[in-house]
Each structure stands twice: as structure tokens, then as C-alpha cells.
Design a protein around this ligand. Structure first.
Ligand SMILES: [Zn+2]
Length: 329
């Protein structure tokens, strides 16, 4: 009888030919404690203050880098500014191994929980921390919890004003299917990379992958889905994107691969808290084998490399980037 890992491997190998189309794998470099505390305890202002990044993120990230190197896969890493300040050698090592470095904000705050001036300060602080660390200009941003939504289009304008050229903060799934409290989504923007015109400035958006089925946009881009959903569904989402000539855009965190991630102390015993406890624990021991299966079957490149390939293979007038205008109040 096949183990779960073997069955998952067989599912993604149903067609052994590696896909020739390039997809994009992204990693949000953050510590586990930072990842959940702001959402679970209300914007970081709850009873548990935002912890500084622990050394655990170093071991988890090095483990993930080793796995990526085995498959010669390079990614785009969205690094939290506070991680770059606490562990600069780690971020330099990520860059030295050929991964693209972008930013994930400074303190892992939800964008829709911030005022525009606080958001601008958080992004500027992250930019300074990460660019100082690697000595290179950074071009991309991803919001914690994909928290740029239809309520916060002003955030896109601020990113462009700060000199960023692309964003990966929009999860264009059916809003009811994403679990973060307060997230009301942006489920009707294009599902694939597109250029947005924001008050005359261009910003390229790389939305997380959704699988369109049953009239819904299902969030199958990584993170919890990589740990919980059948890996065959993730592969189908990739195939659906590629069939339309688009890259799939997947994501995960270093802590998604660590089955020994310490449990978060959650107060209370309500159904919601019990659900969160289960969700935070489930599937971490399977992530590495699932990622191996996806890397065996699919080709992944960093965002900048995908953009360079797209420009190289088509004329500028025929870019496979739909244009979308965003009105900023
Ligand atoms: Zn994050």
C-alpha cells in the first residue's frame, strides 16, 4: 500500500514530462511568531506583543534553500524588514544563492488595518533595511496576508511612489474562501500577471494563483493549501494557468516545512480557536514532499527572470500582460 507521500508523488507524476512553461515560486521570509500574532490578536495590539524574529527562521530558511538547490529552483523571496535587521547574514545568503530579494513590509502588519501614512512608513523602513542588507535595489513588494484589497487601492499608489515596479499582494479568490479576519478580497481583478495604471504610474501585479472551478476562484497558491489541499488540485491549478499561457504564482513560508514549529498559545476554547489550532498544526510534515513533487513536475523562475523572458519572446506591444486601470480615491 502506498504511503500518503508516495500517492501524492504519483499524482503529480501522472504526466512525467516537466512543463516547459515558466511558473513563479515565491517565499515569504518571516518567523512563525510574527506570522500569526497580528491577525489572531488584532493588528499586533492584542495581549501578545509582536515578537522579534527568532533564530528559528534561520534554520527553517536554510533547510528550504537546500531543498530548492537540489532541484536547481530559484525563487523570489519577500523578506520582512525586521528579519533583515535581525539576521542580515541569512538574507545575504539567500541572495548569494541566486534568489531574487523583494520585501514583505517591515513588521507584518495588515495593510487594511493601517492608515496610508503608516503603510508608507512601514514599506519605506523595510526597503531601507533590506536594501542596506544586500546592497542592491529592491523592486517588489508583497503585503502580509495578501492584505491589499479593494478597500486599500491607495496602497498600490504608495508602492509606485516609493519606486517599486511590481506587487504580489492581491489574492483574487472568491472572498468567502480566504480565512483572514476582515479580509474582503479583491476577487474580480485579473487572475494572472497584468500591468495596472495607477494615476499614470505603472505597477505590474502578480496575483496569487487561483483555480477556477464551479464558478468559484479557489485559493490554491500555497501556504495552508500546500499543507492541506490534495496536491493534485494544486497541480491542476498550475495546469489551468499554463493552458492559458500564464504562469502559476505559488507561495510558502519557511515555517510551513517545519513540523516542530512550536504551537502558538491561543487563549480560549471557542470553535474558532479550536479550528485555528488545527489549521496551524496540520500538514507541516508533508510540505517538503509536496514541494518536491511540484518542483519535479513544473519549472519555476524568479519574477524578474519571468519578466525578462516575457519581454524577450514577444514584442513590447504584445506583452502577455493585460492592462487594468485602478482608480485611487
Ligand atoms: Zn507573511
Amino acid at each position: 500500500m502506498l504511503s500518503v507521500t508516495e500517492r501524492e508523488g504519483a499524482l503529480v507524476r501522472e504526466n512525467d514530462d516537466i512543463q516547459s512553461q515558466s511558473n513563479i515560486l515565491t517565499i515569504d521570509i518571516e518567523d512563525w511568531q510574527q506570522s500569526e500574532s497580528d491577525v489572531l490578536y488584532g493588528g499586533g495590539a492584542g495581549p501578545f506583543p509582536m515578537d522579534a524574529p527568532s533564530k528559528r527562521v534561520i534554520d527553517q530558511t536554510l533547510c528550504l534553500l537546500d531543498l530548492l538547490a537540489e532541484y536547481d529552483v530559484r525563487t523570489t523571496c519577500f523578506v520582512l524588514g525586521s528579519v533583515a535587521e535581525s539576521h542580515p547574514a541569512l538574507v545575504r545568503q539567500i541572495a548569494a544563492q541566486g534568489h531574487e530579494i523583494a520585501i514583505h513590509g517591515y513588521a507584518h502588519k495588515l495593510v487594511y488595518a493601517m492608515r496610508p501614512d503608516a503603510f508608507r512608513a512601514d514599506v519605506a523602513r523595510a526597503l531601507a533595511a533590506v536594501e542596506d542588507c544586500i546592497g542592491m535595489r529592491v523592486l517588489g513588494y508583497r503585503a502580509p496576508y495578501f492584505s491589499i484589497t479593494r478597500r486599500t487601492p491607495w496602497a498600490l499608489k504608495i508602492l509606485a511612489e516609493l519606486g517599486l515596479t511590481y506587487d504580489a499582494s492581491i489574492f483574487p479568490c472568491t472572498p468567502a474562501l480566504y480565512r483572514v479576519p476582515g479580509w474582503n478580497g479583491w476577487g474580480d481583478v485579473p487572475r494572472y500577471p497584468h500591468t495596472m495604471m495607477i494615476d499614470g504610474q505603472e505597477l505590474i501585479e502578480f496575483p496569487a494563483t487561483t483555480w477556477h472551478a464551479l464558478g468559484l476562484r479557489l485559493p490554491l497558491a500555497g501556504g495552508t493549501a500546500l499543507r492541506v489541499a490534495p496536491v493534485g488540485l494544486l497541480q491542476r491549478a498550475i495546469i489551468q494557468a499554463n493552458a492559458g499561457g500564464h504562469p502559476a504564482i505559488l507561495y510558502l513560508h519557511p515555517h510551513d516545512m517545519d513540523p516542530d514549529t512550536p504551537p502558538r498559545k491561543l487563549a480560549g476554547d471557542s470553535l474558532r480557536v479550536q479550528w485555528l489550532r488545527w489549521q496551524l498544526r496540520i500538514g507541516r510534515s508533508r510540505t517538503a514532499s509536496r514541494l518536491r513533487g511540484l518542483m519535479t513536475r513544473n519549472r519555476f523562475v524568479p519574477i524578474q527572470e519571468w519578466l525578462a523572458q516575457s519581454h524577450a519572446t514577444v514584442s513590447a506591444d504584445d506583452m502577455p500582460l493585460a492592462h487594468e486601470s485602478v482608480r485611487v480615491p
